[in-house]
Design a protein. Structure first.
Length: 86
């Protein structure tokens, strides 16, 4: 089973809100998830991530989605070294 850490869209129409979740890579974006790791509000650029849990999942082999990788790098949540070593 390959796991991914990605964004799951929630919120109302035209008011997006995203949960950061760990999922099996073969599950649909609206499907079941394994664990919640945080949230992201693109309107206010606020993000909250449980860094310890995220790094733990990355050490287990979970990969960040491309969109989530761009967000955490641009908002300086993780450094490039943490993402490479994770």
């Amino acid at each position: 089973m390959s796991t991914r850490i990605r964004l799951r869209r929630e919120g109302a129409k035209k008011v997006p809100f995203y949960r950061i979740v760990v999922v099996d890579s073969h599950v649909s974006p609206k499907g079941k998830f394994i664990e919640k790791l945080g949230w992201y509000n693109p309107r206010s650029k606020e993000i909250q991530v449980d860094k310890e849990k995220t790094l733990k999942w990355m050490k287990r082999g979970a990969k960040l989605s491309n969109s989530l990788r761009k967000i955490v790098l641009s908002l300086s949540i993780f450094s490039r070294e943490e993402l490479i070593s994770g």
